[in-house]
Each structure stands twice: as C-alpha cells, then as structure tokens.
Design a protein around this ligand. Structure first.
Ligand SMILES: *[C@@H]1O[C@H](CO)[C@@H](O)[C@H](O)[C@H]1NC(C)=O
Length: 273
C-alpha cells in the first residue's frame, strides 16, 4: 500500500523468492497439463482455461493468455487458501478459548448431523453453528484493510472529493467492530447472530467479504468451505489447550500482518468418535 516504505520490510527478499517459487510451480503444473490435455475430457480448472484459450485464439482481447493463467491460479491459491485456513485457525482457537461454545456446537452437530458427513443442506438446521462461524469471521477480521479498490467515477463522500481513479483502502475493521452495530464489538459473542429464540439472524454490518459489485468473488465458495470444514472438524474432535494451559490463558492477540492470523499456538485434538 505504501511502496516507499518497502525498504523497511526485512522479509522483502523472502517474499519475492517465495512468489517466484510459486509462479514456477504453477508454470510447471500448467505445462504438464497442456501436454496431457484432452479437449474432450477437461479434468481441472486449468484444463477448462486451456479449452477457452484454444477457442479464443483469434480473439483480439488476450484474456486467456498464459500470463493470466499463472496469475489466476496464483490468486486461487493466495486468496482462496490462506483466508479460509486463517479463519479456521481462529475458529479452533476460539473453540478452545470458549469450551462452552464448543460444547453447544458439538451438541448441535450430534443432533442434526450425527455421524453422517456434514453437508451444506444441514446449515439451515444449525443456527448455532452458523452463528458461531459468522462470529468467528467477524471477530477474526482476517483482512482488516480488505483489498485496494479504485473509484470508477468522481465521488463526494462525507464532504471529501475523491476524483475518479483514486485508490481507496476501506477499513473493514471499522464496520466489523462498529460499536453502534454490535452489542459487544470486541468480544467473541455468537449471540450477535442469534435472536432470543435461538434463530439465526443476518446482520447488516457483517461484511468480512466486503460489499458491492467488487466484493470477494469467492464468497459463496468460502462460506461453504468454512461450514463443511469447521463442522467436520468439530464432529470428529474436541479441541483443548495443551496439558497445563488454562483456556483462560489462551492468547487472542492477532499476529499483525496484511492478513490477521492467530499467534503461533499448540492445539490438543481429542478424537470424539
Ligand atoms: C471528474 O472531475 C473532473 C474535475 O475534477 C472533471 O474534469 C471530469 O470531467 C469529471 N469526470 C466525470 C466522469 O464526471
């Protein structure tokens, strides 16, 4: 966001090296796919892209270039993996920190899912678990500055004139922890998403994926992943702090970075079934 401050980043070189390594991995995988690729039997996202690349060979706009494929696959890895993983890590940490919440989640899973494999269709019958996942996302606030956007037209916002093409960084924190919107903005509180009858309630200020036409394109995928992974993990394991550590002493301080993750910590996973 502030390139002039780049020299302060000690890990700058490592970041670039890792990026090049990822790109070269993607190129290798992609070339491998092209060699084995059968237009009539696409097996993957990359194959589907290659089909379009052949179809659009003569088109003037070069959307389906190799360069774009590398960027696209890298975006899927970066935007679609790390975010979900970080949210799940917060989820497990918060379940260890609040065992009474974890117990209610497990009870609901036992009641609704039993030993079956959790499916998306279960979600509407699981208001408590749904509320917990929403609250994990709100509390974790994994992308506090969202992603940079730009104005597509001249805008006047709260008496500020913002010309077309200005880069804008929105602070999702200001909404996810807005004291006018949340009863306990700084506390993990699944009741934010439950009414007095225990029914799930949507909240207008819940926007971890940002809002508008340019919000996260992976939102629906991410929401399914979070539900399925979280529910499956809670179905199979009870999560506890390691021996000798009280749940009250678990540290919920975020490890500050572009993405907010929990501090490194140990997890004790006990098999439930
Ligand atoms: C935006 O504002 C500038 C002047 O600040 C003006 O020259 C330009 O025509 C405006 N653009 C649009 C799309 O209204």
């Amino acid at each position: 966001m502030f390139p002039v401050l780049g020299f302060l980043l000690r890990s700058h070189k490592t970041v670039l090296k890792n990026r090049d390594e990822l790109f070269s991995f993607i190129r290798k995988t992609f070339l491998h796919h092209r060699r084995k690729f059968d237009k009539n039997d696409p097996r993957s996202f990359i194959d589907a892209f290659l089909v379009r690349q052949q179809e659009e060979k003569d088109a003037s706009a070069d959307y389906f270039s190799d360069e774009n494929l590398v960027a696209l696959v890298s975006n899927l890895f970066a935007a679609g993996t790390e975010t979900t993983v970080s949210t799940l890590r917060w989820g497990i940490l918060l379940m260890m920190r609040y065992p009474e919440v974890q117990k209610k989640v497990c009870d609901e899973i036992t009641k609704v899912v039993g030993l079956a494999q959790p499916r998306i269709a279960h979600r509407t019958q699981m208001p408590y678990t749904d509320a917990v996942i929403h609250e994990v996302q709100r509390f974790a606030n994994i992308l506090p500055t969202s992603l940079p956007h730009a104005t597509t037209t001249n805008v006047t916002f709260k008496n500020y004139y913002i010309p077309k093409g200005t880069e804008v960084i929105t602070l999702l924190t200001s909404v996810l922890q807005d004291p006018t919107q949340w009863e306990k903005p700084h506390t993990f509180n699944p009741e934010h998403f439950l009414n007095s009858k225990g029914k799930f309630v949507k909240r207008e200020a819940f926007m971890p994926f940002s809002v508008g036409n340019r919000k996260c394109v992976g939102e629906s995928l991410a929401r399914m992943e979070l539900f399925l992974f979280f529910t499956s993990l809670m179905q199979k394991f009870t999560f506890q702090p390691p021996h000798g550590v009280s749940h009250l002493d678990l540290d919920l301080t975020p490890d500050i970075g572009f993405m907010t993750r929990p501090m490194p910590h140990k997890i004790c996973a006990l098999l439930r079934v």
